[in-house]
Design a protein. Structure first.
Length: 299
């Protein structure tokens, strides 16, 4: 396999240090930055004459960057990539310029299902700072709606069905096999919102489905949990909804709810992505490296 001449990680890859070292072996020269660039010009300066660029999900590589860095042959996203329109790289324009862009799928899902069950049990049973209802509840028979039935959504559906929850869903495409397997029903989004008590959104980055009207349909005394890496909602609409009694919102990271709401007493977030456990980082790194090896073998 032919090595890259120069590899630059323009921001922290979020991989464990030993895997960053392994990545560097695929280039004659490697520079890994430990902070997040604040603008496109900084990204351009960091890339320079590199033919390989690595990044996570924070920074953006747009047309301006791609045009300013003509030596790029390969961009490796050390994070989930499901569709070009949801990526933090202008993949379509990169492909026009002959640049290969790769990402990863299905590496941190186990941690997400554990996070979801853990937080719901704490709230329903009052084992944390708040309790949903006046009396402790089990998960059994609670109506939960899942929005987005990809890998994470289907894993959550199976997990919640195991715990006896009443699971139904909305997705861009229907999943007849899962409907039959789990005995769950498909609802249009508005109908799902009015039917369930707990809503879990599992959407691609930059997909926002919940606005003021959606929260009004959802109603009060409800729970919203977002396990996407960015808000699935309009942040002002969520803030207004959280001002009503009995409503709770969860996300494993602050970015998943929005800075305007994370300090509210009924908004609960973590500091780290539930899908970035140490084991998930190993899976992620293995897939990132496999992508590079495939590219270098073909090249």
């Amino acid at each position: 396999m032919k090595k890259f001449k120069k590899m630059v990680a323009i921001e922290p890859t979020k991989l464990l240090p030993e895997w960053d070292q392994k990545l560097k072996e695929y280039a004659e020269e490697a520079i890994f930055y430990t902070d997040i660039p604040q603008d496109a010009q900084t990204i351009i300066e960091r890339i320079g004459d590199a033919d390989c660029v690595m990044l996570s999900f924070t920074s953006f590589i747009d047309r301006q960057v791609l045009d300013a860095c003509p030596n790029i042959r390969y961009i490796g996203i050390c994070a989930s990539l499901y569709a070009p329109e949801n990526a933090n790289v202008d993949i379509l324009y990169a492909n026009e310029k002959g640049i290969v862009v790769t990402g990863v799928r299905d590496y941190g899902d186990e941690g997400v299902k554990e996070y979801a069950i853990s937080e719901l049990v704490r709230l329903l049973q009052g084992r944390g700072p708040a309790m949903w209802k006046e009396e402790p509840l089990e998960l059994t028979d609670v109506k939960v709606g899942i929005v987005g039935m990809g890998t994470v959504g289907s894993l959550l559906a199976r997990t919640m069905e195991f715990f006896g929850m009443d699971v139904n869903y909305f997705s861009r495409t229907r999943k007849p096999g899962l409907e039959k397997e789990l005995g769950m029903d498909y609802f249009p989004l508005a109908e799902l919102l009015s039917h369930v008590d707990i809503l879990i959104t599992c959407l691609n980055k930059n997909v926002v489905l919940l606005d003021e009207a959606a929260f009004a349909t959802f109603g009060n005394g409800k729970i919203l949990m977002n396990v996407s890496i960015a808000p699935s909602h309009e942040i002002p609409a969520l803030k207004n909804w959280l001002a009503q009694p009995g409503n709770f919102a969860f996300s494993d990271t602050e970015a998943g709810l929005g800075a305007e709401v994370i300090d509210l007493p009924n908004a609960f977030t973590g500091k780290t992505n539930a899908g970035l456990t140490s084991l998930a980082k190993v899976r992620l790194a293995q897939k990132v490296i496999k992508n590079i090896e495939v590219f270098q073998t073909k090249g």
